[in-house]
Design a protein around this ligand. Sequence first.
Ligand code: PCA
Length: 213
Amino acid sequence: MARVLMTGFAPFGGESVNPSWQAVSPVGARRNDVAAVELPCEFGASLPALRRALDEHRPSLVVCVGQAGGRFDVTPERVAINLIDARIPDNAGAQPVDVPVVPDGPAAYFTTLPVKACAAAIRAAGVPASVSHTAGTYVCNQVFYGLMHLLATDFPGARGGFVHVPFSPEQVAAAGKPAPSLSVEKIADALEALADTASTVTEDLPVSAGAEH
Ligand code: PCA
């Protein structure tokens, strides 16, 4: 039975693929301890879909993954905030501005993944990685915050967090504009290293991952 739930997102913003799902899907196919689920990029539907996946798989570890176009490395996220401020409409046409993910919820949740150890393990697997301190204010942050709230309220004992990944090369080629990218295979390797580390490491590394911005 799968003990790791890993999610990726549907394409959004005019893209025809999403590297998060492009990488999560093969990880789920090659590992029987990982259940891979694609989430809709819709404010109204993403968290109900995540809740269904949690109910179905009862994981001990949850890793949600999303695209962060423009980033050049794989970035485990440290903090989710209770704020939605959509830059563009979602796939259902909704564009909420300045609303909470969970009314009356705490301002933020920290990840319960050892993000520094995860970033180090990803780099050791040959893929660039660093800890990020913002998951944005779009559907990914909504899912990250919603995940941490669900784990805190209804799924005690499970750990979870969020990882942003760069564009895949085919997206950059299709756009015809230079942008950083990482192959889907490298992203998949990074996610496996992250899942293995998060499954076994309980104390994060006592090293700095501080950033000025
Ligand atoms: N990235 C978007 C939403 C879905 C995705 O893959 C984000 O960063 O919010």
